[in-house]
Design a protein around this ligand. Structure first.
Ligand SMILES: [Zn+2]
Length: 540
């Protein structure tokens, strides 16, 4: 009891000491003299234009970069010493599916730990409708990084026409246009399609030209997961170009790849239509993730007719032995046939499967053996059908050739994007691109394999996506721009996520700054949510 009294008295004395001494220092006078909230000193700046690095300090006031040059430490409230580190614009990921879970996990850790400061959702034809609600929720809650979104064609078509395998009537077309217009006015950046998915797979080019005319009115872009990424990839690219060209808007070809071993090595199938269109004045750009495996739902392995009308209709069709056989053969042809050894039971993994989590991280061969079945393609197709019956699964498919990945990376109009989504640490066995895309390009393809230069890689991660998206005030280190900045150690940067163990943050990202506020400091997230919504040109 006595000891308690002594402690209490000491605290009181200390309190008086502090409160009486503090005014003598007059801290408020000093505070007013500081020109910058944050200064980054001694770093090697790669500004995002594609120019090589230069040495300068960066002064940040509020959300913006206000000075690039020599800055005294005394002028700043806070200094980050970036000696021996590279200082670049924060990475802008033009192709993600983060719209799905961002409101539940607004810190989006698997992206900020890659140095990403802006993510674009609503890709491959799917977005959360209505967009206004999502934006309002995020404005209220806060987000760690900046977020923008596209309008998904599949979402709109499904809303108006369900899962019907037919062309829209005049009324249905008008209704779809009305909804696209509504989403553009909510702040969407453009229209996305997913023409390998339901129900976009049923649509014809004319429908898409007409819908894209709505986003053209506002100055939005057209981004497409094209119909085919194998033998008919050139036709598919040309279709996307036609949609943009007829409307005079930019065309972004999503997650470009040669995803069929029959066309490996034939990069001309991509460059020919793109270069021809660019010559005509059509702004065509591409994005790519740096891996040889794709990832998508298994529904894209099915012939599109069998999924028409939704899950109940699909189940009914399976009851008919003739149709069952047709579906099975369709899957074998689409997913389990190849010429050089891809599309094998061994190269197809289950990433996420709610009905059978024990399948996650295993390939189809392992699962068949686990079930006591022969690992033959017929059984593989039946397993895929069985999984789809129980609600489907996300798969990982090894379909690409490393050489093609490298050659595509060199194309000047191609940017880096993840095609990932918000991940929860330890849940499922997702594609490692969700955790590793950007550090992997910098560590593996720039530093180790020397496929492209460091400043070219940074351009593909920053100013090129910003330019494509018409984001005029991000993607470069320039006075007046928003202070989205990534600082990394080029000697150490590397992805750690693997196909077997994807839930691992990369190494080498030291600081990440979003709108002037550090969110990653000395490699650790500090819990702040300074991100903004990136509204499109139609925002009212
Ligand atoms: Zn896609």
């Amino acid at each position: 009891m006595k000891r308690g009294v002594i402690y209490f008295s000491l605290i009181i004395i200390l309190f008086f000491f502090i409160t009486n001494c503090a005014p003598l220092k007059k801290p408020e006078v000093v505070i007013k003299e500081k020109k910058y909230d944050l200064v980054i000193k001694n770093g090697r700046i790669i500004d995002g234009t594609g120019n090589p690095w230069f040495k300068a300090d960066i002064g940040i006031k509020g959300k913006r970069i206000v000075k690039i040059g020599r800055i005294s430490e005394k002028e700043a409230f806070r200094v980050i010493d970036a000696k021996d580190l590279y200082v670049t614009p924060g990475f802008i990921d033009i192709h993600t599916h983060c719209d799905r879970k961002i409101s539940e996990h607004p810190e989006v850790k698997n992206y900020i730990y890659q140095g990403v400061t802006t993510i674009i959702g609503g890709n491959c034809g799917g977005h959360p409708f209505p967009l206004r609600e999502l934006f309002e929720k995020l404005e209220k809650k806060g987000i760690a990084l900046n977020f923008g979104c596209l309008v998904g064609h599949n979402t709109i078509r499904r809303k108006v026409m369900g899962l019907k395998m037919k062309q829209p009537t005049k009324e249905e077309m008008e209704e779809m246009k009305r909804l696209v217009d509504m989403e553009m006015r909510a702040g969407a950046l453009g229209l996305s399609t997913g023409l390998a998915y339901m129900p976009g797979v049923y649509s014809k080019t004319d429908e898409l030209v007409e819908l894209a005319s709505v986003v053209a009115k506002y100055g939005g872009i057209y981004a497409s997961h094209i119909r085919n990424q194998g033998k008919r990839i050139t036709d598919a690219i040309e279709e996307a170009i036609e949609i943009g060209e007829k409307n005079g808007i930019p065309v972004q070809i999503s997650h470009i790849k040669l995803a069929n071993d029959a066309v490996w090595g034939e990069i001309w199938r991509i460059t020919k239509p793109v270069l021809e269109a660019r010559k005509r004045g059509v702004e065509v750009t591409l994005d790519q993730y740096p891996y040889t495996a794709t990832s998508s739902g298994f529904s894209s392995s099915f012939p599109s007719w069998c999924l028409e009308g939704g899950h109940e209709e699909f189940l009914k069709r399976l009851e008919d032995p003739e149709k069952y056989e047709k579906i099975k053969q369709g899957i074998i042809k689409r997913r389990l046939t190849s010429t050089k050894g891809i599309n094998k039971l061994k190269t197809i993994y289950i990433a996420r499967c709610k009905s059978n989590p024990e399948f996650e991280g295993k390939n189809l061969e392992e699962i068949l053996l686990m079930l006591g079945k022969d690992p033959i393609v017929e059984n593989g197709a039946e397993l895929i059908i069985e999984i789809q019956k129980r609600g489907g699964a996300q798969g990982v498919f090894f379909q690409m050739d490393e050489k093609d990945v490298e050659e595509i990376m060199k194309l000047p109009f191609n940017m880096i994007a993840s095609d990932g989504a918000v991940q929860e640490m330890g849940i499922g066995v997702p594609h490692p691109r969700n955790y590793g895309t950007y550090p992997r390009v910098l560590g593996r393809y720039v530093r180790e394999k020397k496929i492209i230069s460091l400043h070219e890689a940074i351009r593909k991660m920053t100013s090129l996506p910003a330019q494509t998206l018409r984001i005029r005030d991000r993607g470069l280190i320039r006075e007046g721009m928003y202070a989205d900045i990534t600082i990394f150690d080029f000697k150490k940067i590397m992805d750690k996520a693997t196909f077997k163990k994807p839930h691992q943050y990369a190494e080498g990202i030291i600081y990440v700054i979003v709108n002037g506020q550090p969110i990653i400091e000395k490699g650790k997230y500090n819990g702040k949510l300074p991100g903004m919504i990136i509204y499109g040109p139609g925002k009212k």
